[in-house]
Every structure is written in structure tokens, then in C-alpha cells.
Design a protein around this ligand. Structure first.
Ligand SMILES: Cc1cc2nc3c(=O)[nH]c(=O)nc-3n(C[C@H](O)[C@H](O)[C@H](O)COP(=O)(O)OP(=O)(O)OC[C@H]3O[C@@H](n4cnc5c(N)ncnc54)[C@H](O)[C@@H]3O)c2cc1C
Length: 419
């Protein structure tokens, strides 16, 4: 039997761990290197929704007008600080150009097709027991806003997703969940699973380790030993890791030094979001999506998690307290006061200007690949994206075409890397 090919995966978040799972399942010898602890980045404190029905890309028609109009409002779901606008000008231009119906519909279809197999993969990995499959209730003050949300799901139903329930008004919404305020309309969406991210991540880490994957923590990759796009080794301060392939899945840090260091910069930026755990007087029966304020409320064990906001700022680790307060105010309007709360958690989502992931080779023939840009959907799409990444290696896909090509932002096609 020939020696199995080896892969070093850089980053042990949802993107890296699921890439490792698919690669190990396909027979590769996999090592995951993480700068900190595996599962401690954006994959830690997120809302934990596995929900391909929410699969739209961030740039959508009308978002630019809303985004810039509400830019300085503390309760805006999307916001940019002025220094971030200056730093991110080319990215913002790309984002504006993609905020149209044609690109949004294409992105929605591509993301939905990518994400839906995640359910089956989670079950296959034996992680279904960590998922609460009770669905999500989307609510809004105006019935029309619920109807608009339902209309947006139509292309996904054509692709085989389960249709949502009927639009409900009045008492019917409280019958589904008494936590919904009087007068609200709502709709139930069934294709939605809920996880407790740290618990699920820990189970996934155990699964991949049992498959022979080596996870090395607290070793940031500082660079590569590479010649003309062909990588020989990833370098940390302590060690050098040789392999046949390298997958950069370092979340929002994928571009800053790693892919850029190889000569293939990718336009992925850090989209800040927040979560707060509270102890409510009444626990929601299932996940709640507030369409008016774009917040998610989820029962996770004996807590309820409030999460949301997409904030582009140069201070990616800082909690902007006024935004957290705005999230809390908006939630109190729905569920009333709560008994206790945890400090806010902040995480950064990796976001490309078109809101779509980047999965595959950085250049044709290169042995360096990326798995990033999962934006608001990393927990949802990472199982299926990991499978797509593994098949790109196995099938020798050159990464130059398709909606998730990491090369799609380059003005000129990168030169093929010679073996
Ligand atoms: C508030 C909030 C709520 C969210 N809710 C949901 C949700 O309900 N459903 C959903 O699908 N998605 C959700 N998301 C998005 C999801 O969390 C992300 O898309 C996902 O976690 C990204 O995973 P990742 O592996 O790419 O990044 P990360 O989880 O950030 O992992 C990247 C890893 O790379 C490591 N790393 C970085 N640099 C290096 C280096 N140089 N060397 C080695 N390792 C390195 C880091 O230590 C980290 O562990 C939410 C995000 C936020 C912020």
C-alpha cells in the first residue's frame, strides 16, 4: 500500500476541523495547527444555527442604501466605522458592486446548494446527537416583513429545502411560542438545527482525533517555506511542518499574512459580531429570528443566547458597548427583562466582498488551498465546505472556476504553479 498523502490544515475552527474530517475520511494524514486552542475563534461564541435556509450572501439589493444610511446608528445590523471605510475602500467597492439582485440570487443558490448536505454530514460524523432539531420561528411586527422573508426562501424550496409553514398572525404566533410579543406575525422554518458551539466543537475535535488527525495548539503559523507557489512546509516559532498539501483555514486571519505571504492575497476582512448569554424569565421553545432587528435568540442549555451585528471596524477585538446595549434593548422589547447575563463575547467572521466562501487552490497546480470566507454561515456550511475542499484535492481541481474559486477576485489569472 502506498504511503498516504499528508495535509497540514492551518486553523482549527469550524472550517479547519471539518476540512480535516473530510480529508481524514478520504485517507489523508492530517495535522491541524492552531494559533490558540482549536474551536476558540469565531466558532466559539456564535449563535450555533445550522440553517441553510438562511443562506443568502451579505451583499443584497438595498443593503448599501440601508447600510450607509444607518451607519452611525447603534442599533444598525450592519455598520462601518470611518477608519474601516478608509482601510477597506477596495473591499467596499467590491461589496457595493455585488449588492444587486442578480448576484444575490446566484449567491443564494450557490450557498444553499453548498450548505444543504451539511445536515447529512453532521449525522454521518455522529454529531447529530449534539443538534436540537426543533426549527426556528422568524417574527416581525409587520406581517408583510414575514411574507417578504418567506418569499426570499422560494428559490431554496426549488432546490429541495423543506417549505416553511404558513405565515401566522395574532394568537397563532404565541401558540407556537409564548415568548413572541402580542401583535407579532411569524413563520416556522423547519430546516434548522441548533448547536451549543463549544460542546459541538469539542465533540468534533474528539471525532477527528479518533480518525488519526493530529491537533497541535498554541502554535501560530508564521509563514511558509515555498518556491513559486509550491509550498514545502509551514513554519511556526517552534517547528517546521512538511506536507504534500496545505489548507489555510485561519478564519479572518487567512489573508493577512498567510495567503498574502505566498503571493496570493485574498480580500477577506473581519466582520465583528457579538453574543450575550442571559437567563430569561421565560425560555424560547426554539430559536427565534427577529426580522425587525436581525437578531437571533437561541435556547442553549439553561441560557438564552442573543447574537447578531455585522460591524466593520479596525478594532476587531474591542466590544463596542453601545452596540451591545442596543442589542439588549431590542431583545428586552421582545422578551422583557432577564434575571442575569454574561459579559458580551465578540467574534470576527471572515467575509469576502461578494459574501461567498473561498474553497480550493490559490493558483492552478499549487499545493496551497484555502477554506475561508464563511461569513455568517460558518457553522452551517463548514461540513459541506470541508467535503468540497477535500474533493478539490482529490480531483486535482485547479480552483480557477466556480462560485467559490479563491482566484475569482484576481484581475489576471494566476500563473499555473509548475510541479
Ligand atoms: C456573533 C456571531 C454569530 C454567529 N452565528 C452563526 C450561526 O448561528 N450559524 C452559522 O453558521 N455561523 C454563525 N456565525 C459565523 C461563524 O461563527 C463563522 O463563520 C465561523 O466560525 C468561521 O469559522 P472559521 O473556522 O473560518 O474561523 P474561526 O472559528 O475564527 O477559526 C479560525 C482559527 O484559525 C486560527 N488561526 C488564526 N491565525 C492562525 C495562524 N497564523 N496559525 C494557526 N492558526 C491560526 C485561530 O486561532 C482560530 O482557531 C456567527 C458569527 C458571529 C461572530
Amino acid at each position: 500500500m502506498s504511503k498516504p498523502e499528508s495535509v497540514v490544515v492551518i486553523g482549527g475552527g469550524a472550517a479547519g476541523l471539518w476540512s480535516a474530517w473530510s480529508l481524514a475520511e478520504a485517507g489523508f494524514k492530517v495535522t491541524v495547527l492552531d494559533a490558540a486552542k482549536a474551536g476558540s475563534g469565531a466558532s466559539f461564541g456564535n449563535l450555533g444555527w445550522i440553517c441553510p435556509a438562511q443562506a443568502g450572501p451579505l451583499p443584497e439589493p438595498g443593503i448599501v442604501v440601508h447600510g450607509f444610511r444607518d451607519m452611525f446608528k447603534r442599533n444598525a445590523a450592519l455598520s462601518f466605522t470611518i477608519p474601516a471605510i478608509i482601510r477597506m475602500a477596495p473591499w467596499i467597492l467590491g461589496f457595493v458592486l455585488k449588492s444587486n439582485k442578480r448576484d444575490y440570487d446566484r449567491g443564494l443558490r450557490a450557498l444553499s446548494e453548498l450548505g444543504y448536505p451539511s445536515f447529512e454530514l453532521i449525522d454521518r460524523a455522529g454529531l447529530g446527537e449534539y443538534c436540537d432539531k426543533s426549527g426556528v420561528l422568524a417574527i416581525a411586527r409587520k406581517r408583510d416583513d414575514v411574507q417578504h422573508f418567506v418569499d426570499k426562501l422560494a428559490p431554496l424550496i426549488e432546490l429541495g429545502q423543506a417549505p416553511p409553514g404558513p405565515v401566522l398572525s395574532g394568537d397563532a404566533v404565541q401558540k407556537v411560542d409564548p415568548i413572541a410579543p402580542k401583535g407579532y406575525s411569524g413563520v416556522e422554518v423547519g430546516d434548522h438545527w441548533q448547536i451549543d458551539p463549544p460542546v459541538y466543537n469539542a465533540a468534533l475535535i474528539e471525532r477527528v482525533k479518533a480518525m488519526g488527525v493530529k491537533i497541535i495548539e498554541d502554535q501560530p503559523v508564521l509563514g511558509f517555506d515555498a518556491t513559486k507557489g509550491k509550498v514545502r512546509a509551514a513554519k511556526t516559532a517552534q517547528d517546521t511542518f512538511e506536507a504534500d498539501y496545505f489548507v489555510i483555514a485561519a478564519g479572518a486571519k487567512t489573508s493577512s499574512s498567510l495567503s498574502r505571504g505566498l503571493g496570493y492575497p485574498i480580500p477577506v476582512v473581519e466582520g465583528k459580531g457579538y453574543s450575550i448569554d442571559v437567563e430569561p424569565t421565560l425560555m424560547p421553545k426554539q430559536a427565534i429570528y427577529t426580522l425587525d432587528t436581525h437578531l437571533g435568540l437561541s435556547p442553549i442549555g439553561n441560557r438564552m443566547r442573543i447574537a447578531g451585528i455585522m460591524e466593520f471596524s479596525n478594532r476587531t477585538k474591542r466590544v463596542t458597548q453601545s452596540r451591545v446595549e442596543a442589542m439588549k434593548r431590542a431583545t428586552r422589547e421582545i422578551i422583557g427583562p432577564w434575571k442575569s447575563e454574561s459579559p458580551a463575547w465578540v467574534g470576527v467572521r471572515p467575509v469576502a466582498p461578494d459574501g461567498l466562501p473561498l474553497i480550493g487552490r490559490l493558483a492552478p497546480g499549487s499545493n496551497a488551498l484555502v477554506a475561508t470566507g464563511y461569513a455568517m454561515l460558518g457553522m452551517t456550511i463548514s461540513p459541506a465546505a470541508g467535503a468540497a475542499l477535500a474533493s478539490a484535492i482529490i480531483n486535482g481541481d485547479d480552483g480557477s472556476s466556480g462560485p467559490f474559486s479563491p482566484q475569482r477576485f484576481r484581475l489576471r489569472r494566476p500563473k499555473p504553479v509548475k510541479a
